[in-house]
Design a protein around this ligand. Sequence first.
Ligand code: F0G
Length: 451
Amino acid sequence: MPFSTIIEPFRIKSVEPISFTTREQRQLLLRSAHYNLFLLKADDVLIDLLTDSGTGAMSTHQWAAVMEGDESYAGSRSFDRFKHSVQDIFGYKHVIPAHQGRAAERILFHVMCKKGDVVPNNTHFDTTRANVEYVGAEAIDLPMPEARQPGTVLPFKGNMNVAALEELIERVGREHIPLVMLTVTNNSGGGQPVSMANARAVSNLCHQHGIPLYFDACRFAENAYFIKLREPGYADKTPKEIAQEMFALGDGCTMSAKKDGMANIGGFLCTNDDLLARQEENLLILTEGYPTYGGLAGRDLEAIAVGLQESLQEDYLRYRIASTAYLGNHISERGVPIVLPPGGHAIYIDAKAFLPHVPLEQFPGVALAAELYLEGGIRSVEIGSLMFGKAAQMELVRLAIPRRVYTQSHIDYVVEIILRVWEKRAQISGLQLTYEAPFLRHFTAHLEPAA
Ligand code: F0G
């Protein structure tokens, strides 16, 4: 029988206290953090929705596996388990462990790209873009046009614009495109999924031109579940079968196991290409570690091996997608403008529409994030003009939900705080910068209330 209560598919064995502060204390803390929530101490945050990366809770099976970690430098048993679990889902020939997603990205682009190359992606995550640019190549985002309209409801708003990809290949030439990437789900585009049909179309086009397709697979399990729910023909397939079908369309992937790997650290790089794998492993040895650990402890490899399989369990995914949507729907219903439909790992508030009276030069996203902290001790992150400057496509505040960490009453509290802030939105004013670093300024910027 269908029921409407979202029941967490776990019970809690170990608890971690969170700390309450008063509004007066938060006022002082916010001022000393220069209105930049990255500069707060985590202990001064009640509900931390800064990121879903590495912040999840591990299961009893994962903790048990941690004790099985084989810390041998070479040929560790834990690597075999890790490799077996990765290959079971992803199916690629070579599995190269790395300490997190960006390490896999750095190695991939270093080996595959050179100055003057172009790398298309539905939307590059910021570290992915930075790693493409670091080797002198150009990172080009090709999302479907509707991806930039927060209010437009479509089932697969993470899709790549295939016509634009075709046009790009014709314009710059196949020889300047060493690979195409597809990010599932599309994080920077609102946590929106990519359909199997779109992945297939991108794969066909790439392979017609002899271009390898790589997945940025961070949130592959959530993407698979959206396909099951929304794409005709997939309702009776398991999330694992769907993930396997998708990865078979590609030639390799990068992965941050801090997301759908259900681990607190880790990642990997996969490829079917023997020559590339050898070059990648050589580079890995130089900076990450021997190819059977890649900068991770054996226990981390064990936690990931188990976590990857758990992320595909249907009870978990049903709860995961429903609880994120619960937050989105409850605030959207009351008029709060968000990116629709709700994504898999996060809800993105449209700060430009929330605070139309705050000009973009006064960082409405940062101002809204600061207000959510002041009102209820909630930490979110701006993805807008402070993060991207003039290149910002949208002005968003992301509330990312750590996996298996918060209960429905925590989320009810978050809804209550957002609605309170929504009621008094007219009184919220903008901020101005007092310090900025030359790059990636959002991590360390200082701000103060605008004059
Ligand atoms: N690709 C995507 C789509 C990501 O969301 C991230 C990280 C990475 C790559 C890099 O992985 O952090 O393990 O090096 N996203 C986190 C976030 C940081 O908050 O969205 P990493």
